[in-house]
Ligand binder design. Structure first.
Ligand SMILES: *Cc1c(COP(=O)(O)O)cnc(C)c1O
Length: 387
């Protein structure tokens, strides 16, 4: 089955570009809302870094989600898009002073703190403003996620978070400081996770850590388990919306919350991944000795995930129904890694055919670069092509 994309309306639009199926995004947001409504103490923050296109942020902020930011620029983008600042969480190992100040000025909900030196600076900067910054500690739970090595973040050797052994120490440190208020624990074990067992392992680890805190008579108001829920890159049409039911249920069944505790999630890819398609035009078909190459006008500068992570994105020829042939679909960038798929079957390709590179809504447009002095790709809403 091919995705319904109105290529006849693309004639005047410069390729490559991102085409966002906003109907699918809205359906995804509706499902998330329906699921979290089952759990009155659950809160979802959208991870802005997955896609910060204003048209996407607008829809998501209207749906009532909070925002998970990892930079000052993202805080500004979130506020501009209408996310209330008291629903903004701010993570990152290297927060600059101006970024911390921006968070303080906007009275964001929480800073997710990743080290003692950072805690000290937040305390200092908050004192200057006569404010008390709410903080969660990002604890490294040493839980490995079954995902690509470059996107697992919760192992002991990652740069992220504070070691579990140091938890009691950093909590006691925060208690001595006047301008920070310790409100909870934060975790994030990685991305594109499809094994619910990984979330169960995290839940069990959090249960242990909460027991340890309780032994010291400390209960926190907030637990934040981060994001990481994956999407189906192989079958985007069969599984356009991730299984949020199982995801939230897994936490509900395995993470033991204390009375009055709130559970926070930071979902990026699962929200926006499937709604985005990178639309590109075929430039040339080049016959090699063993292979044929379909050379397209999109490259790793528009979608870097295949080159960076070895990620797979389904490719479809939107212009042809001729019998399938095998191609390496490659871009024009002067790098050997500028390849989308290898030995992949596509309906016979010709110069001028439109190809859709699927499931490109997350970590696609936002990671685009101008390498080779290329223009950044634009992103369009499917609504713009309606007759
Ligand atoms: C990237 C990131 C997320 C979102 O991850 P997804 O896999 O896109 O859901 C959430 N929290 C933190 C701290 C992150 O760095």
């Amino acid at each position: 089955m091919k995705i319904q994309i109105p290529i006849e309306k693309f004639k005047d639009i410069k390729t490559p570009f991102y085409y966002y199926d906003v109907k699918l995004l809205q359906q995804t947001l509706d499902v998330i809302k329906k699921e979290i409504d089952k759990y009155p103490n659950y809160y979802v923050h959208y991870a802005i870094k997955a896609n910060a296109n204003p048209l996407i942020l607008d829809l998501i902020s209207k749906s009532g989600l909070g925002a998970d930011c990892v930079s000052g620029g993202e805080i500004s983008a979130a506020i501009k898009a209408g996310f209330p600042s008291d629903k903004i969480v701010f993570a990152g190992v290297g927060k600059s002073d101006w970024e911390i100040n921006l968070g303080l000025e906007n009275d964001i909900f929480c800073f997710n703190v990743e080290s003692i030196p950072e805690l000290e600076i937040i305390n200092e900067l908050a004192a200057v403003k006569n404010k008390v910054a709410k903080i969660c500690f990002r604890i490294n739970p040493d839980v490995g996620a079954h995902t690509h090595a470059n996107i697992t973040t919760g192992l002991a050797e990652n740069k992220f978070g504070i070691a579990m052994e140091d938890m009691e120490f950093v909590v006691s440190k925060a208690a001595e400081m006047k301008n920070v208020e310790f409100i909870g624990l934060h975790f994030h074990i990685g991305s594109q996770i499809l094994e619910m067992d990984d979330f169960i392992a995290l839940s069990k680890r959090i249960n242990e850590l909460q027991n340890r805190l309780e032994a010291e008579n400390i209960t926190v108001k907030h637990i934040n388990v981060g994001g990481g829920l994956g999407i189906d890159y192989l079958k985007p049409d069969e599984n356009p919306i991730p299984n949020f039911t199982d995801f939230f249920k897994t936490y509900a069944e395995n993470l033991i919350l204390r009375k009055g505790q709130c559970l926070h999630f930071e979902l990026g890819r699962a929200v926006v991944g499937q709604c985005g398609n990178l639309i590109t035009k075929t430039l040339f078909i080049k016959k090699g000795i063993q292979k044929q190459f379909c050379i397209v006008d999109a490259g790793m500068t528009d979608l870097i995930r295949p080159a960076l992570y070895g990620a797979f994105h389904l490719v479809e020829n939107l212009s042809s129904n001729e019998p399938k042939e095998k191609y390496d679909v490659v871009g024009p960038i002067c790098e050997s890694s500028d390849v989308f798929v290898k030995d992949f079957e596509l309906n016979k390709c010709h110069r001028g055919d439109y190809l859709a590179i699927r499931s490109a809504g997350a970590y696609g447009e936002i990671m685009a670069s101008t390498y080779n002095c290329r223009e950044l790709p634009k992103g369009y809403s499917s609504e713009e092509f309606k007759s």
